[in-house]
Write a protein of this length. Sequence first.
Length: 163
Amino acid sequence: MTDVTTITALPAAPLHAVEIWSNPKDVAARAEQALGFALPAMGRSAAHAALTLMRFEPTVWLAEGDVSALTEVLGEDGAVTAIGGGLVRFRLAGPGWRDLLMEGGVFDSRAASFGVGATAATTIDHVGVRFHVESETACMAYVPASFAASLQHFWEEVLPLLV
């Protein structure tokens, strides 16, 4: 059996979609100045104490935390949209979380490129799920609220079957 010890649904948190529609180089420069770090590249994350940005799409980032600085940074070149009510956050913790993600997912969670700070979007049972690797032993999963209970049940049922 795998060593994943916890599948924890976390309390709601401020989650936002950050979209850039135009002038991406200018927006990126303003964001770096305002945030103190560069917008993360595709499949990566970047953070400071109050904000984590995760990039899953070419022009869209998932933001967890205080996005107040981003509204001014984006100006007319993008938008910040609250989406926290539509997602449930899960923390998968323990050395075997990667094995759990291999069940039902369509990507290789053991790939060297999926290390600490990496992000990935995949589908499980035709539903889009996003992942953010927090550490070697923990991964965050962002799951549509309408699918969260079913996916948690699936993971809990699969967990004892993993070898």
